[in-house]
Design a binder for this molecule. Structure first.
Ligand code: EPS
Length: 394
């Protein structure tokens, strides 16, 4: 229902995004997209770069220009086109750059050169670069505005960088969101954040890089989104694919995820309990999705990011112009990009949820969607239509 496509290279003039399927009547100005772009880039107006971020983040001032799909401050229902300029482009314009011939293990360099037959590895890395996520976050921020209008809230926080972990389980989810916004690394636990910062500093000193884990949570998601009819209708399949579409993401899990594999069935499920006229779930091991369908609980999804491929400390490689064994050369890059990836993760979750809401509620205007959304069953006893007694199904 909602489609997103982006174009643009890391050091080219600009990134562009086209977002199709947002209904008409959603108030939208370019300034509305700025907060998410700032959060992705560096955290806040006062913090322009997260600890361990590439110096590139001090050059860029990401903001989106709306090129199409919005008139008089509201979406028209037509595709929305956005542009985010690359300020670093100035430095590359008209300048001859030595060909890159030594691929970095873990980056796009080798695989892209084999696939596309490039004569310079730079051609592949330019599009593979996570710079592209700036355009995605701008477009996904439109989806967030749409979800906001329906009372759905999506946030994220970092729970691991390298071996330094934080466990925010004791904090209410809203507080995790608030604390993440105040933290230099989007970590809701200050002690955990300090450990993470120390770990990043150590890695930077060693010329190395670090990965980590972030968690995205969606609140106010109604039950009944997604479907079990086929594999690609399942919400975990859709959200998983979207999160795996972020560069360097190597693992995704929902709710208690991999830990559930070690539990007996009686401990791994979320009891179904009646409270007054409501059906409630006292726990959320499932992460808000059962059988590919949202169950009205918060959606909780975690993604693991591998360490950035570009390291100051050299790694074994081959010079593809001469065929000889050699070591990688350093190109400016991040030491750790996990806090930024968390904001991209939020965006991708917003995109998939907005799509699932449109699938469920349809509608060409925001009012039409909202009317249907507000009437969705939420799990009170009167929402069920079960009749006891035997039935001849076949
Ligand atoms: C990236 C390398 C770095 C990052 C970039 C992703 O860029 P540069 O090579 O210009 O230093 O800064 O991320 C961004 C520019 C961004 O906005 O997120 C890579 O190789 O993936």
């Amino acid at each position: 229902m909602i489609r997103l496509i982006t174009a643009g290279e890391s050091h080219g003039p600009a990134l562009v995004a086209v977002l199709e399927g947002i209904p008409a009547g959603l108030p939208l100005r370019a300034e509305d997209l700025r907060p998410d772009l700032i959060r992705r880039q560096g955290g806040s107006i006062t913090q322009t770069a997260y600890r361990g971020a590439s110096p590139r983040m001090k050059i860029e001032r990401d903001q989106a220009t709306i090129l199409a799909g919005v008139m008089n401050g509201k979406t028209t229902g037509a595709p929305i086109a956005l542009m985010v300029e690359n300020l670093d482009h100035e430095k590359w314009k008209g300048r001859a750059v030595e060909a890159m011939t030594v691929p970095r293990p873990g980056h796009a360099d080798l695989a892209a050169a084999i696939k596309y037959g490039y004569d310079d590895l730079r051609t592949g890395l330019e599009r593979a670069s996570a710079r592209e996520t700036a355009a995605r976050v701008a477009a996904c921020s439109v989806c967030r505005k749409f979800l906001d209008a329906l009372g759905v809230r999506v946030g994220s926080y970092v729970i691991r960088i390298g071996t330094a972990a934080a466990d925010p389980a004791s904090l209410p989810i809203e507080e995790r969101f608030t604390r993440a916004e105040e933290s230099p690394l989007r970590c809701p636990d200050p002690a955990g954040s300090e450990r993470m910062q120390a770990e990043i500093d150590r890695a930077m000193k060693a010329g190395d890089t670090l990965g980590g884990v972030f968690e995205v949570v969606a609140l106010g998601v109604p039950p009944g989104l997604g479907g079990l009819g086929n594999w690609d209708r399942r919400m975990n399949s859709r959200l998983g694919a979207a999160l795996f579409g972020i560069p360097a993401i190597k693992g995704v899990e929902f709710g208690d995820g991999f830990a559930l594999a070690a539990l007996p069935g009686t401990q791994a499920q979320d009891p179904i309990r009646r409270e007054g006229d409501k059906i409630v779930r006292p726990s959320n091991h499932a992460g808000g999705i059962e059988a590919g369908i949202t169950n009205g609980q918060p959606i909780v999804v975690r993604a693991a990011m591998k360490p950035i491929a570009t390291t100051i400390a050299s790694q074994e490689s081959v010079d593809l112009s001469g065929g000889g064994k050699t070591e990688t050369h350093y190109e400016r890059s991040d030491f750790c990009a996990v806090p930024r990836a968390a904001v991209v993760g939020e965006g991708m979750v917003c995109l998939v949820l907005a799509d699932a809401v449109m699938e469920k509620c349809g509608g060409d205007s925001l009012d039409e969607v909202r009317n249907r959304f507000d009437r969705l069953p939420r799990g009170t006893l009167s929402d069920f239509h079960l009749s006891p007694g035997p039935k001849n199904f076949w």
